[in-house]
Write a protein that binds this ligand. Structure first.
Ligand code: GDP
Length: 359
């Protein structure tokens, strides 16, 4: 399964334009048997410069990058949490994604109606959306408080009391407009509320759809939003780029003074937002990138390749991708750069792995 990012935003901010550009980058599905193509899902490769280098070192027949899914979630308007627009449908779709990319209008084109009313105002648009998400979570949490209180009346358990305390704390914060992902929760607390699948607990990034001439401008201050979470993009430029062949694309990027397309930046930022890391496998058949959540152990990583690998995990031979590129697998072994790690090994980004398992 690949991880998914839901594209949300108010009407007319550029979501479809961006999504259409993304789907032009759709993968060759044959390499990813677990993926099915749906109209509102775009599955794209995560750009990774290391793959070509590894492939050259191992003389691989092919390269298979790791992928990420973008889901176009239409229908958010003010009042969605009480069923306005496609309200409930919309919120149900958000529940299914792993992270949220919120598209926010910052372009000024007077021909495109600003749905939120008056003027271009990213901070206020973000507030509208985040408020809808928080209101829906408040509804979910309030119901949980009721359920737990009833349950505790008929027999107190230590876990339920602890959970009720936590849920009440979250309810209070949500009521004050704080998103769950900005609360300082411990890992324990996070796992206690995981099953509620709260919308505001999901990681969020903000795509600021700026004027074509403004992609390289310094980011504007958006009140209450951490700059690291904001990616400026011109959906209009991305739509144009998506129509070009690779060579032309490079030239166009150069004339714009950009090193990388906004979509590639978006894919990478999405990957970061989800707190994912890449490990690699490389041999004559293929050089391939695989995704795991940061902090995953070696057997979990093995399980990404095949469930049997996880069950029968014995050990993993690991080297740094730079060493693999410089010396190859055999060279790494000879120089003692290949480490043998067991089931407690925490995977690191850029590990080149050879898993050993029993059937
Ligand atoms: P959505 O409702 O959020 O999916 O918005 P769309 O992608 O359908 O865009 C709404 C309108 O705004 C369309 O006419 C787009 O061509 C236009 N639009 C989208 N992005 C930009 C942009 O970056 N600059 C300009 N000038 N127009 C844009």
């Amino acid at each position: 399964m690949s991880l998914s990012i839901g594209i949300v935003g108010l009407p007319n901010v550029g979501k479809s334009t961006l999504f259409k550009a993304l789907t032009k980058k759709q993968i060759n599905i044959a390499n990813y048997p677990f993926c099915t193509i749906e109209p509102n899902v775009g599955i794209v490769e995560v750009p990774d410069e290391r793959l070509q280098k590894l492939s050259d070192a191992a003389k691989s027949a092919k390269i298979v990058p790791t992928v990420i899914e973008f889901v176009d979630i239409a229908g958010l308007v003010k009042g969605a949490s009480v069923g306005e627009g496609l309200g409930n449908q919309f919120l149900a779709n958000i529940r299914e994604v792993d992270a949220i990319a919120q598209v926010v209008r910052n372009f000024t084109d007077p021909n495109i109606i600003i749905e939120s009313g008056g003027k271009v105002d990213p901070a206020s648009d973000i507030e509208v959306i985040n408020t809808e998400l928080a209101l829906k979570d408040l509804e979910t949490i309030t119901k949980r408080v009721g359920d737990l209180e009833r349950k505790i009346k008929s027999g107190v358990s230590k876990e339920d009391t602890k959970l009720l305390e936590l849920v009440k704390k979250i309810k209070e914060k949500l009521g004050a407009g704080t998103m769950v992902n900005s609360l300082d929760l411990t890992d324990d607390e996070k796992s206690m509320i995981k099953e509620f699948n709260l919308l505001t607990a999901k990681p969020v990034m903000y795509i600021l759809n700026v004027d074509e001439g403004a992609v390289k401008n310094p980011l504007p201050e958006i009140k209450g939003i951490d700059k690291n979470l904001i990616l400026p993009i011109s959906a209009k430029i991305e739509a144009e780029l998506a129509e070009l062949a690779d060579e032309e694309k490079k030239e166009y990027l150069q004339t714009l003074g950009l090193e990388e397309s906004g979509l590639d930046q978006l894919i990478k930022k999405g990957y970061e937002t989800l707190d994912l890391i890449t490990f690699l496998t490389s041999g004559p058949d293929e050089t391939r990138a695989w995704t795991v959540q940061r902090g995953s152990f070696a057997p979990q990583a093995a399980g990404r390749i095949h469930t049997d690998f996880e069950k029968g995990f014995i050990r993993v031979e690991v080297c740094r991708w730079q060493d693999f590129v410089a010396y190859g697998e055999t060279g790494c072994k000879e120089k003692g750069l290949l480490r043998i790690e067991g089931k407690d090994y925490v995977m690191q980004d850029g590990d080149v792995c050879h898993f050993r398992f029993s059937n």
